[in-house]
Design a protein around this ligand. Structure first.
Ligand code: MF3
Ligand code: CO
Ligand code: CO
Length: 252
């Protein structure tokens, strides 16, 4: 984890705000009958209109500007001709590059009226992210974040995804350290002041395995739950400050 300078922090605040605005803007269009490719196009055009670039596009060969993960898709869903239907949940994950820095954020949206099961897992994923963020302060470790997330998720009767998690972020999309959604208090990488990382727990309804799928001409994989149970996720980019933390991917 690298320490950001004052000017790096200003740039991270700016790109964080833009990523949040993009997510909010594109998210406001989500409705039944729309394809995930249409959502992606909105993300792409909005990002370019702000003088920024979508980080996923071309990242290790990834073909689209954003990730759209519907229902049992855990993450890295590739926007395509999939039509969203009433009752679906869809995670939209937006990462912008502005002035050489990355801002990464996602949330799970409801398509029309969703089941209580869908509402509950989505709410738990949001709260799990917040439990993780509350642990972000200098001197704490990635294990403290993961422990808090896993404890909360387990209490709610859900299951965290182990293989994929948060990451350091800055000039590069994915930097050290890995930020797992499980862990032991005091273990893992130490968080240092003016470091930046993402907190992005993925949670599933069951403890079934997750299955990895290839993306043509890309080394990025996308993932589904083996038993097709629902999966939900939220993500913020967070700065470690003097006081504790500052969530960078926020807008009014
Ligand atoms: N935004 C994802 C994350 O939170 C990464 C997507 S990589 C991509 O880390 F290539 F699939 F876009
Ligand atoms: Co991320
Ligand atoms: Co992301």
């Amino acid at each position: 984890m690298t320490r950001k300078t004052a000017s790096d922090v200003a740039a991270m605040e700016k790109v964080g705000r833009l990523a949040a605005e993009t997510l909010k803007y594109a998210g406001s269009f989500i409705k039944a009958g729309m394809t995930t490719e249409e959502i992606d196009k909105i993300v792409h055009e909005y990002t370019l209109s702000k003088g920024a670039k979508p980080a996923p596009l071309g990242y290790h060969g990834f073909p689209k500007a954003s990730c759209t993960s519907v229902n049992e898709v855990v993450c890295h869903g590739v926007p395509d001709s999939t039509v969203l239907k009433d009752g679906d949940i869809v995670n939209l994950d937006v990462t912008c590059i502005l002035n050489g820095f990355h801002g990464d954020t996602s949330r799970t949206f409801f398509v029309g009226d969703v089941s209580d099961a869908a509402k509950n897992i989505t709410d738990a994923a949001f709260e799990a992210m917040n439990k993780g963020i509350e642990q972000v302060k200098a001197g704490n470790t990635t294990g403290d974040i993961g422990f808090a997330i896993n404890k909360y998720v387990t209490r709610r009767g859900y299951h965290i995804v182990r293989d994929i998690g948060g990451h350091g972020i800055g000039k590069k999309f994915h930097e050290e350290p890995f930020v797992p959604s499980y862990g032991k208090k005091g273990k893992g990488a130490k968080l240092i002041k003016w470091g930046c990382l993402t907190v992005e727990p993925m949670i599933n309804e069951t403890d079934a395995r997750i299955i990895e799928h290839d993306i043509k001409d890309s080394s990025i994989k996308w993932y589904t739950t083996e038993d097709s149970c629902l999966s939900a996720q939220f993500e913020h980019t967070v700065l470690i400050t003097d006081e504790g933390y500052q969530i960078l991917t926020v807008c009014d």
